[in-house]
Design a binder for this molecule. Structure first.
Ligand code: CTP
Length: 398
């Protein structure tokens, strides 16, 4: 899949720049034509000579080549590339890309590139978690760039957490899958929500629900397997992702989830809202722990925003929107009402009356109802198999 592809590899100043050598080697071995562009700081971590030798092409660093008097044409480089991969992408470069700053050759080429752009963040865990970095990542995702999510593990600082650059082998596998045939959702971006939300009562207590997140995680993994670039927004859960290519955004409350969904929805081709989002939140959560002094405690609740209905109103042609309904009675009637009122392409209905369906367990039993009111009833299955059924319907509609 990578054979004869023109790949521009952008390398930023990060200790993970040493991995760029293996990445270059693997890409060249897979038959790609690789050209490397580095920032000046990257050249302090790994020598241009190493990357020039491995890529079999001169490495570009500066706009202007003082020795020959020529300049490195960023527009030409941007147009030459079939794919641009920025790996490692430092916090500083991510911020520049998000803001459209082009004060070096790499960032200028990024702005000129018409091809898909992938980026592999690499930084210390606190830099990665910082809201400024997360907001830059959301911006890049909105621009349609595809994240190669950082991995969890020991970092150069000695701290342990998320922030390690994805391994070169993982990046190459991801690219092959993304380019690969038999991947009907290749080139599509998907957004999935999962898990419960927690609504604060005071600093130690919350209102929540029993959602485990397993259904949403299974859908996210299946969409990624089918080639989509997946962003997963999840409430507090203990399940883990096995697919490193999925970008995971952790949130707590319904309001947090609303913000995260709104930041990611406009660039998404397929959105699956499987999260069990609270319909009500505590109007004025206490700032300090509530003591059990009085015999009664009354909490005033106010409605949260219906996220699905909100994005249903913003949905454009070509965007698919899928919702869930968990009902105890008049199941199909309520599901159809939700399908219509929230402007969905189809709804996945679970009935609490079906044993093994709904929250917590490893199985589910669903009915899919689409806009034409076609109804497909499925047997009780594992959540992985249910995810495959839901994604088959998505592929049909795509
Ligand atoms: N949902 C949402 N925002 C909320 C609540 C729910 O986006 N604040 C989404 C869920 O992710 C799910 C669908 O809406 O896809 C569920 O529909 P909803 O009408 O909220 O179901 P219930 O909460 O069960 O509502 P009702 O009590 O009216 O049946």
């Amino acid at each position: 899949m990578l054979k004869n592809k023109n790949i521009l590899l952008g390398v930023c100043g990060s200790i993970a720049a040493y991995k760029s050598a293996s990445l270059t080697r693997l890409l060249v071995k897979a038959g790609a034509n690789v050209k490397v562009v580095m920032t000046k700081d990257a050249a302090s971590f790994i020598t241009p000579l190493t990357l020039a030798t491995l890529s079999k092409n001169p490495v570009q660093i500066e706009y202007f080549k003082p020795d020959t008097g020529e300049w490195n044409n960023h527009v030409e480089s941007g147009l030459w590339a079939d794919l641009m991969i920025i790996a490692p992408a430092s916090a500083n470069t991510l911020a520049k890309l998000a803001a459209g700053i082009c004060d070096n050759l790499l960032t200028a080429i990024y702005l000129s590139a018409r091809c898909p752009v992938f980026y592999a963040p690499a930084m210390d865990l606190d830099m990665w978690k910082h809201p400024a970095t997360q907001s830059n990542v959301s911006k890049l995702n909105e621009y349609g760039n595809i994240i190669l999510s950082p991995a969890f593990g020991e970092l150069a600082s000695g701290l342990i957490g998320e922030g390690r650059m994805a391994e070169p082998e993982t990046i190459v596998d991801f690219l092959k899958t993304w380019l690969g045939e038999g991947q009907p959702l290749r080139g599509k971006k998907a957004l999935v929500t999962a898990g419960p939300t927690y609504e604060s009562i005071d600093p130690v207590r919350f209102i929540g629900n029993h959602s485990s997140g397993k259904m949403g995680f299974a859908i996210a993994e299946e969409l990624a397997r089918l080639g989509a670039a997946v962003t997963l927004i999840t409430g507090p859960v203990s399940v883990k992702l096995s697919d490193n290519s999925i970008q995971r955004i952790d949130v707590t409350s319904a309001d947090d989830m609303l913000t995260a969904v709104q930041q990611n929805f406009s660039g998404s081709d397929i959105t699956v809202m499987s999260a069990a989002i609270a319909d009500y939140k505590v109007e004025n959560p206490a700032g300090i722990k509530i003591k059990k002094a009085s015999p009664e405690l009354n909490l005033q609740l106010t409605k949260t925003t219906d996220i699905l209905a909100t994005i249903g109103k913003e949905k454009k042609n070509g965007q698919l929107l899928i919702g869930f309904a968990l009902e105890t009675n008049n199941e199909e009637e309520y599901a159809v009402q939700k399908l219509r009122s929230k402007n969905l392409d189809f709804i996945v209905l679970n009935s609490m009356n079906d044993k093994g369906a709904g929250f917590k367990g490893d199985t589910n039993k669903i009915t899919i109802i689409d806009r034409q009111l076609n109804k497909e009833h499925f047997e009780l299955k594992s959540k992985t198999e249910v995810a495959a059924d839901i994604c088959r319907k998505i592929v049909d509609l795509v």
